[in-house]
Design a protein around this ligand. Structure first.
Ligand code: BDR
Ligand code: CA
Length: 340
């Protein structure tokens, strides 16, 4: 079986860490490199955490440090992104955080490459055959947007983008937006309107694959280094959710592992059970809906020259539901087959 060439773009992050593990353990992928971006934690911690995961797996894949801040969302001093993103010092203590600053892994013995992620992305893509590389961004889309804007020749090298982000029915952190899109709405709008084939594995879809303590234990019992760490991540996310969701304390029975679903979907599209081909734009209005993914599904939004209503062109495949059993079995089997 031919391996799929992929580039991961991560803001590691507890679930990003699991996505990296899945991509590195799977023999279905040729991981060309991993780019980091600020999001869940600041760029230094995202890069350090990524290196911890790569080193823990004894992988030789290279890590490239990327954008330290979103394109524009943090520029408005009173804007919520500016106030709450990790570069600010408003902190919960680590035990209450879904994404602690430092993953509980040894400090890495490897370092990131001496080239910025965006430059590396462009140089690497330009060397590839046309339509041959799948980008898998599971954090804010800053690096990808910067690369696209910097050198549009990369567009024809990209086979498709399978990203984790966006929401329609389930929201966080605001009442209308999903985190990865909300952190850098302008970047997301650039990427989804690039003309590339974009699959958006949304928060709605990842909310279908919540894992609980029993499933964490099943994974822990595999008893490999990677499996134990994945179980740690699931439990840490469950514990943090219990502490922060005050009104529901004690009722958190499962927690989504968002980012690995995007990795799974690349080679196992059957895990995605409800996909809308739709137009999508990101609200850039810097008000309540800033960063919201506005889907055009079923909405007749333009009038053509005949006076008929027509839809805006479809620009994404929006994934609304996923099958938990397929996802869990994929994750479980990857970890069982791991001999590292
Ligand atoms: C996304 O936001 C981040 O917190 C996760 O790592 C995931 O990529 C979910 O909304
Ligand atoms: Ca992420």
């Amino acid at each position: 079986m031919e391996k799929e060439k992929i580039i991961l773009d991560v803001d590691t992050g507890s679930d990003d860490a699991v996505a990296i593990i899945c991509a590195l353990l799977s023999n279905e992928f040729d991981v060309l490199g991993i780019c980091t971006v600020s999001g869940n934690v600041n760029i230094d911690n995202a890069t350090d955490n990524t290196l911890r995961v790569v080193d823990y797996l004894n992988s030789s894949v290279k890590v490239y440090k990327g954008a330290s801040l979103p394109l524009a969302s943090t520029l408005i001093p009173w804007g919520i992104q500016g106030l709450t993103l990790p570069h600010n010092e408003i902190r919960l203590d680590d035990s209450k955080r879904i994404h602690p600053d430092h993953l509980p892994l040894p400090k890495p013995n490897i370092t990131y490459e001496d080239k910025s992620a965006v430059i590396w992305l462009i140089e690497t893509l330009l060397k590839q055959e046309d339509h041959s590389v799948t980008l898998v961004p599971v954090g804010p889309l800053t690096n990808i947007a910067l690369a696209i804007r910097s050198d549009e020749r990369i567009l024809k090298k990209i086979k498709r983008i399978v990203l984790m982000g966006g929401s329609h029915d389930v929201y966080a952190p605001t009442q209308g937006a999903e985190f990865n899109i909300w952190v850098d709405p302008e970047a997301a709008e650039i990427v989804i309107n690039s003309g590339l084939d974009v699959t958006m594995v949304s928060l709605d879809a990842t909310s279908c694959i919540c894992l609980d303590y029993n499933e964490a234990k099943r994974i822990r019992d595999i008893n490999t280094r990677a499996a134990i760490f994945v179980a740690d991540m699931i439990e840490q996310r469950l514990n943090a959710a219990k502490k922060t969701m005050n009104k529901q304390a004690g009722q958190v029975v499962g927690i989504a592992l968002h980012d690995p679903l995007a990795v799974c979907a690349i080679k196992h599209p059957e895990v995605l059970t409800d996909i809308w081909d739709t137009s999508c734009h990101i609200d850039l209005g810097r008000s309540y809906a800033y960063g919201e993914t506005v889907l055009g599904r079923n909405y007749q939004s333009e009038i053509n020259e005949k006076g008929e209503y027509v839809n805006l062109p479809n620009n994404i495949h929006y994934v609304r539901k996923a099958n938990k059993e397929i996802f869990f079995n994929w994750l479980y089997n990857l970890l069982v087959e791991d001999t590292k």
